[in-house]
Design a protein around this ligand. Structure first.
Ligand code: CMC
Length: 393
């Protein structure tokens, strides 16, 4: 009994108050703590954006140096975690490894799990931001049978990640600064995004006072799906499947057919009813990366650009206000940089960790914070007596 608002997918429910990210979906605006995402992508770097999201304001030079120093001190994993990786099948999807290893951090770092202690919360936050690149890169190295590369703390955050991904002990490897800059920008573009499915999952899991590492593992699980972070992998699979520019029209036709479950991956968004501001920066970065790598006339990019053009002129997509989202171009860039498709969503998780952590911290400190406990509209049978098994038909 009881009357509740029925709001499947929470399209009309504000689950919390938040001062972290702001989206104006009609105008295609995204602000982090008031700063437009395109300005942050152009002028800032990921460490600075992390500080901004966690602390509410851009750092001074001294604050930034202190923050980078602290994060850098936490990049190593507990050596015992080595064995945890080794328990997985080599062909495990790296997102499965991420869910497992990040969840397992709750068993390795007991000194940062008391959610009522601000110091412990801060240490958990630093650990998560610092260790995600190491965990992500090791998930990849494990899958290809190469030795783990330990974090080199004289490199920047993004350089260090690329080094752990692509360096091989037997060969010399130097991170290309243009690619490191592109990586940093990709991380900025994914750093936070209001109350999306994975962030809401982290908040809901954390609302019971649960272990922070386990909460972030829950966020990773939610992100994995193709309607959320898994879309970047799905976009590339779709572009590969389309194969040639002349098959684009056929694909758009399928996406419009209501009897066909096929959707144009990387298109549409719950909140943006205009161009996703992150997609614009991503498109520009895509061209820069391909230029830097000397990749001319990339067939996938050609298909993507044609797809975008056709869809943006098509009544179905115009009427429903479906525009390219952040995932539309990111896969092409990541592929060009040498990332296998299975790692795309892992990169999203890596970048979004700071957002999850900032939102989790905000929730814990919110005086209105309560355990998340939605109600339901019951549609099952009315009460009736138990029927003994010998009397059932
Ligand atoms: N291709 C074809 N039709 C679409 C698409 C699409 N990509 N997206 C939405 N529609 C149609 C949908 O069929 C529906 O039509 P109708 O009103 O006639 O039933 C209408 O547009 C509204 O769609 P919805 O599914 O009710 O909207 P939603 O807010 O629940 O879903 C979405 C948003 C992102 C899940 C959806 O647009 C989608 O599945 N897109 C493809 C997957 C994707 O790119 N996801 C990444 C999102 S951005 C990164 C992130 O947040 O993780």
């Amino acid at each position: 009994t009881g009357y509740f608002t029925y709001d499947p997918g929470f399209t009309a429910t504000a689950s919390c108050q938040s001062a972290i990210s702001y989206i104006d979906g009609d105008k295609g605006v995204l602000l982090h703590r008031g700063y437009p995402i395109d300005e942050l992508a152009e002028h800032s770097d990921y460490m600075e954006v992390c500080y901004l999201l966690l602390n509410g304001e851009l750092p001074t030079a001294e604050q930034k140096a202190g923050f980078v120093d602290t994060v850098t001190r936490h990049t190593m994993l507990h050596d015992q975690m080595n064995y945890f990786f080794r328990g997985f099948r080599r062909d495990a999807h790296p997102m499965a490894i991420m869910v497992g290893v990040v969840g397992a951090m709750s068993a390795f770092y007991h000194d940062s799990t008391d959610v009522d202690d601000p110091h412990q919360r801060m240490v958990a936050s630093y650990r998560l931001v610092a260790k995600m690149p190491t965990i992500a890169a090791w998930a990849y190295k494990y899958s290809i049978g190469q030795p783990f590369i330990y974090p080199k703390n004289d490199l920047s955050y993004s350089e260090r990640f690329l080094d752990m991904m692509f360096a091989v002990p037997a060969e010399s490897y130097r991170v290309d600064p243009v690619l490191a800059k592109a990586m940093d920008r990709i991380l900025i573009l994914h750093a936070d995004h209001e109350q999306n499915a994975s962030t809401s999952t982290v908040r809901l899991a954390g609302s019971s006072g649960a272990n922070p590492f386990a909460c972030i593992a829950a966020g990773i699980a939610s992100l994995w799906g193709p309607a959320h972070g898994g879309a970047n992998e799905a976009v590339l699979r779709m572009l590969n499947e389309i194969g040639t520019v002349d098959r684009v029209d056929e694909c758009v036709k399928r996406a419009k057919d209501k009897d066909d479950p096929f959707r144009l991956m990387g298109f549409g968004h719950r909140v943006y009813k205009n161009y996703d501001p992150r997609a614009k920066v991503m498109q520009q970065t895509c061209h820069e990366v391909l230029d830097q790598l000397g990749i001319k006339d990339d067939p996938l990019l050609e298909i993507a650009m044609k797809l975008e053009k056709v869809a943006l002129e098509d009544d179905y997509f115009v009427d429903k206000k479906l525009y390219p989202n952040v995932d539309f171009y990111s896969g092409i860039i990541l592929k060009a940089m040498g990332f296998p498709m299975e790692m795309f969503t892992v990169l999203f998780a890596l970048a979004r960790t700071v957002g999850w952590v900032a939102q989790w911290n905000e929730m814990i400190q919110d005086p209105h914070q309560k355990i998340g406990r939605p109600r339901q509209l019951y549609t099952g049978p009315a009460q009736h007596p138990y029927v003994p098994i010998h009397k059932r038909d």
